[in-house]
Design a protein around this ligand. Structure first.
Ligand code: F6P
Length: 319
């Protein structure tokens, strides 16, 4: 394989730049030419594809977002539209493609692989909702951003004896909510994988108040309901001074953590190795600290699973 390309797709995540850097540098190290596709799949269609040098990825490892930019491109589901992207790659003699993104991005990657472009996926999303890997690039950074916010909110919650509902991202997955609730010492966590009775939540807060607690923190995953809706429902059962904080897109920004930079570097380099070996239709990941590869079809065949033990532990420690 003499020429490959890399793109970032879907919602950006901290560490995507580190992954792109690893792809570019690893390829150049092995004398493989690398191109960057700007604006994700849209850039494939518009031929926004440029050669990458060592220096193109200099001073990028510490930056949040993605310098290659990302775009939602629903029209890429259309075979004829995709063919235009394939033609653009073929015209440049590009034989392999690395796609850094989430679940939706992997579906486009799978199609490209079936249609003749050797394609490898790298899990880049803050949601940590991709099968075949214990962690996705960006999850650790977003988690730390949320923990920082919870710590700050706890200060003011305590001063005013308030109950705070903190809405976090994660789409249909509860990982960000669960991990941040455990690490942030929240009283309650609401995740899409476990339906919880709001009355139970209210009872727990009431018991805490009776025991002399000065504040309560509830972390709610966006996949369950909005923070405002949670506050409305809570009001039916308990009369407490409540505030809602929606952390929003700040969770997606910021300089990647050390863990995310290392993960991105390892996965980026591994993706290039697989392309050089002629592999395609796979996503790389990390399981038990070992690099792994999983067929796209196996990634899509089952739902992402929440760590049940951690869920129970979070409840046990929040008494
Ligand atoms: O998948 C990453 C994510 O940040 C989700 O957690 C969230 O639901 C979604 O993207 C938000 O998408 P957008 O940036 O398009 O509003």
């Amino acid at each position: 394989m003499k020429k490959i390309a890399v793109l970032t797709s879907g919602g950006d995540s901290p560490g995507m730049n580190a992954a792109v850097r690893a792809v570019v540098r690893k390829a150049l190290f092995h004398d493989v030419e690398v191109y960057g596709v700007y604006q994700g799949y849209l850039g494939l269609l518009t031929n926004n594809i440029k050669p990458m040098e060592r220096g193109t990825v200099g001073d990028k490892i510490q930056r949040g977002g993605t310098f290659l930019q990302s775009a939602r491109c629903p029209e890429f589901k259309d075979k004829e539209v995709r063919q235009k992207g394939i033609d653009n790659l073929n015209a440049l003699g590009i034989e392999g493609l690395v796609v850094v993104g989430g679940d939706g991005s992997y579906r486009g990657a799978q199609r490209l692989s079936e249609e003749g472009i050797n394609t490898i996926g790298i899990p880049g999303t803050i949601d940590n909702d991709i099968n075949g890997t214990d962690f996705t690039i960006g999850f650790d950074t977003a988690l730390n951003t949320i923990i920082d916010a919870i710590d700050k909110i706890r200060d003011t919650a305590s001063s005013h004896e308030r109950t705070f509902i903190i809405e976090v991202m994660g789409r249909d997955a509860g990982d960000l909510a669960l991990w941040s609730a455990l690490a942030g010492g929240a009283e309650t966590v609401l995740v899409p994988e476990h339906k919880k009775d709001i009355k139970e939540v209210a009872d727990k807060i009431q018991q805490g108040i009776e025991r002399g607690k000065k504040h309560s923190i509830i972390v709610v995953a966006e996949g369950v309901m909005s923070g405002d809706e949670c506050a409305e429902q809570l009001k039916k059962y308990i009369n407490v001074d409540t505030r809602v904080s929606v952390l929003g897109h700040m969770q997606r920004g910021g300089s990647p953590s050390g863990v995310d930079r290392v993960l991105a570097s390892r996965l980026g380099a591994y993706a290039v190795e697989l392309l050089m070996e002629g592999e395609s239709g796979l996503a790389v990941g990390i399981q038990n600290n070992k690099l792994t590869k999983t067929k796209f079809e196996d990634i899509f065949s089952s739902q992402h699973v929440l760590d049940e033990r951690m869920f129970r532990l979070t409840n046990e420690l929040s008494i």
